[in-house]
Ligand binder design. Structure first.
Ligand code: NDP
Length: 515
């Protein structure tokens, strides 16, 4: 069946060829296919379809919607090879990176929201006794679907970070319009095919391929926007959402610090630094982007990380287990990575391994370890989003915490120590939405644990109760069953009743001692 994008683009253009985007394989440079660039008129058509489908989808209820999501979960497992090969072809990442996050996260999320949506969105009764005027009334909080949700996604996890945010929106009873990154649209089109095959009514989930203009046009059509991407675009999206007066949630960039204490398990910490810094080619919003190591274990840690990173195999993924670090997905990103490394080297940093583009075909940056770095360097301040690991020596964890907080970002962080009580105490002093002790990134798989950025890293959270309630309109119900013919505060105002009410307030709120 033709995708919503194909049909809409053909209709709007009266059969004429619309503008297109070429989708290329970053690991080989080969052209895979082209997709249409949808404009404002197309988005209007898609939105009308989505709005028409939404009430029926909502009325199906949690159980029936959950059934569709569970079927999709099975579909993904049955079609794992095809899904992974599409993700790998348009992103240039390894099969393992695609499997762990784009497949693994998404199958978990489909099951999680299918099961938990009803509980998170169940009506809530709240007590009425805390104000005598409302006492005795029935008070209910209800979470109604917001309507048409717009999701705008990045290129680093073409399924997990784009379709992943659509799942709770769908489970809540909304229709969804997804605008994937122009670099990686094919994975999202596959998700559209999947949901149709699994019984989602037409129009409930539609993909709008295109560029930044398509994203801007989407915001004009939807009731709520969930954006994942860079800070720069995030600010533009927030302004556009403000024009429409719609809720806007932003999952933006990060510069996640890792603090390694002298009493840490150095072997595990070094393995983790290499993995959580360089998995998915370092193109992870919650990548370890900078490391601070206490003086006594600095040399041992640096040696262990460098040895680990030197062993990594890089190249075009030819199947499972063939390479460890894949390509740079987005063409301009390799310039940013190289600029950060060059800036650091010019200011005195030493490259222990890597530090350059990989010669030959495809777009690769060599896995890189840097030392003698400091906070005057871009690589310690700006998001690099590549396979780099700058390591800095610190006198103690106190200095580590101070430097960790010396950042505009506050997405995630990690502390490594055998004293987990101390680790937790340090974690609470780090300005980040998530802090792990003796771990990193893995919190993302705990779908009942909120994940979201502080400071310049975002607004709102995904996962947990807020991860689905954000796609709803809160409706409060107050129901009065038995009541006086006339409440004491109603017209006509009479001095006696007014003063009686005042005495009542004093009796109710005036008790208890206070300073
Ligand atoms: P961008 O901000 O460049 O793009 C994100 C999305 O926004 C793309 O679909 C893009 O379309 C679209 N877009 C561009 N301009 C507009 C506009 N004016 N209005 C609406 N939409 C627009 O981010 P990247 O794709 O480069 O992704 C990398 C960034 O994402 C990194 O900073 C990373 O840290 C962040 N990220 C954050 C995560 C988190 O959870 N906090 C998770 C993953 C990534 P197009 O591609 O066609 O330009």
């Amino acid at each position: 069946m033709a995708s919503a994008t194909e049909r809409t683009s053909a209709e709007s253009n009266g059969g004429a060829t619309a503008a297109t985007i070429s989708v290329e394989n970053p690991a080989t440079g080969e052209l895979i296919t082209t997709v249409p660039v949808l404009g404002a008129g197309d988005l209007h058509t898609l939105a009308a379809r989505g709005r028409a489908a939404q009430p029926g989808w909502s009325e199906l209820g949690f159980e029936e919607r959950g059934r569709v999501l569970r079927r999709a979960q099975k579909w993904m497992l049955d079609n794992a090879d095809r899904i992974i090969s599409v993700v790998v072809s348009e992103s240039g990442k390894t099969h393992e990176d695609a499997q762990l996050a784009d497949l693994g996260y998404t199958v978990a999320a489909l099951g999680f929201w299918a099961k938990e949506a009803a509980g998170y969105l169940a009506d809530e009764r709240v007590p009425s006794w805390n104000n005598p005027v409302a006492a005795g009334k029935k008070l209910v909080i209800r979470y109604a679907p917001i309507g048409l949700v717009g999701v705008i996604g990045p290129w680093n996890y073409p399924i997990a970070n784009s379709f992943g945010d659509c799942i709770p929106a769908l489970a809540a009873g909304n229709s969804v319009l997804l605008k994937p990154s122009e670099v990686t649209p094919l994975s999202s089109l596959l998700m559209e095919e999947m949901l149709l095959e699994c019984g989602a009514p037409e129009g409930v989930f539609q993909v709008a391929t295109g560029d930044g203009g398509t994203g801007a046009a989407l915001i004009e059509q939807v009731d709520c926007v969930m954006f994942t991407g860079s800070n720069k675009t995030g600010k533009t999206v927030l302004k556009a959402a403000a024009e429409q007066m719609i809720p806007c949630y932003l999952e933006l960039g990060g510069k996640d610090p890792m603090i390694v204490c002298a009493d840490a398990d150095i072997e595990r910490a070094a393995n983790a630094a290499a993995f959580y810094g360089l998995n998915n080619g370092g193109q992870v919003c919650i990548s370890v982007e900078r490391v601070y190591v206490e003086e006594p274990v600095y040399d041992r840690f640096v040696d262990a990380v460098t040895e680990n990173v030197r062993r990594l195999r890089q190249g075009a993924p030819a199947g499972v287990g063939t390479v460890d670090v894949g390509a740079v997905t987005f063409p301009p990103q390799i310039e940013i990575v190289d600029a950060h490394v060059q800036d650091a080297v010019q200011k005195g940093a030493k490259v222990l391994t890597g530090g350059r583009r990989r010669p030959g075909a495809g777009r690769f940056y060599e896995p890189t370890v840097l030392v003698d770095v400091d906070h005057s360097m871009k690589i310690m301040q700006d998001e690099t989003f590549g396979p780099t690991l700058p390591i800095m020596r610190v006198a103690d964890a106190e200095e580590g915490v101070r430097l960790a907080n010396d950042s505009v970002y506050g997405l995630q962080a990690s502390v490594w120590t055998s004293d987990t009580e101390r680790g937790e105490a340090l974690a609470r002093r780090i300005e980040a939405g998530v802090v792990c002790v003796n771990d990193a990134q893995i919190n993302y798989t705990a779908l009942n644990l909120p994940m979201g950025g502080w400071k310049a890293s975002g607004l709102g959270t995904r996962h947990g109760a807020q991860g689905i309630r954000k796609y709803t309109k809160v409706q409060s119900l107050l129901v009065t069953k038995r009541a006086l013919k006339r409440e004491p505060f109603m017209f006509p105002y009479r001095a006696r009743r007014t003063m009686l009410l005042r005495r009542f307030f004093k009796l109710f709120y005036g008790r208890g001692s206070r300073d």
